[in-house]
Design a protein around this ligand. Structure first.
Ligand code: ATP
Length: 215
């Protein structure tokens, strides 16, 4: 089973890292692939460059063999769409290998605005991680997909290449990249929210600070 977990990781933090391990253990896989996006189609400019976001993930997962960095979206030209990534992976993995995309409820809520979203379940399973305060809106396409394709069985994910939705509720850390960027902009510490190596690199690169004269 090949598991991918995408996001902007701007910056990567302990919430992402713990969630990846929790989901990997729940699914019984030996690796979870982190896939940072290049130009996020639904978001504005990011604070760090793509290369800086990659480097921070490398620092965060150093020595942790269960977490793997997949750089394909950053290397690809132009916007990164999940459907394109899944198509590419499907070609590499063949038609039989179970492919799983992990996504939080906050990101999944607007699933029907993703490019080619109708094809995504033909390419992969979706594991939706329940985030506090971010439910799936009543009557949303995301909610309908959960209702129509939901399984609680890891076995079913293993036995099919794609097409099932699993909702997981692992313990999560209440950390967001937005909260980290806001703390830095406000001159506060972000220590212990992200691995020390990432925290130090953010300091060295002076990332996420307001432009001179505004802070
Ligand atoms: P931002 O605050 O900039 O929106 P973020 O911290 O939510 O960033 P993203 O890179 O946007 O992180 O999210 C990537 C994925 O990680 C999403 O599916 C999101 O639901 C999930 N995620 C983010 N923070 C956490 C957390 N603390 N615990 C579990 N999952 C998280």
């Amino acid at each position: 089973m090949h598991v991918i977990y995408g996001g902007t990781f701007d910056p990567v933090h302990h919430g992402h890292l713990r969630m990846a391990l929790e989901v990997g253990e729940a699914l019984g896989v030996s690796q979870v692939n982190l896939v940072p996006s290049h130009i996020p189609p639904h978001r504005g400019d990011t604070g760090a460059s793509a290369q800086q976001r990659l480097e921070m993930i490398r620092l965060a997962i150093a020595g942790e063999s269960r977490l793997v960095l997949d750089e394909r979206e950053v290397r690809r030209e132009g916007a990164s769409y999940t459907a394109d990534t899944l198509r590419q992976l499907r070609q590499e993995l063949g038609s039989e290998m179970p492919l799983v995309m992990v996504v939080g409820t906050d990101a999944f809520a607007s699933f029907d605005r993703w490019r080619d979203w109708q094809q995504i379940l033909q390419l992969a399973h979706i594991v939706v991680v329940q985030r506090p305060g971010a439910g799936l809106p009543e009557g949303s396409e995301a909610g309908r997909l959960v209702r129509d394709y939901q399984t609680a069985s890891v076995r079913e994910l293993q036995d099919n290449p794609a097409g099932r939705v699993m909702v997981l509720n692992p313990p999560l850390l209440d950390i967001s990249a937005t909260g980290i960027r806001e703390r830095i902009a406000g001159g506060r510490s972000i220590r212990y929210l992200t691995p020390d190596a990432v925290w130090q690199r953010i300091e060295t690169w002076a990332l996420y600070r307001p432009p001179a004269g505004q802070g």
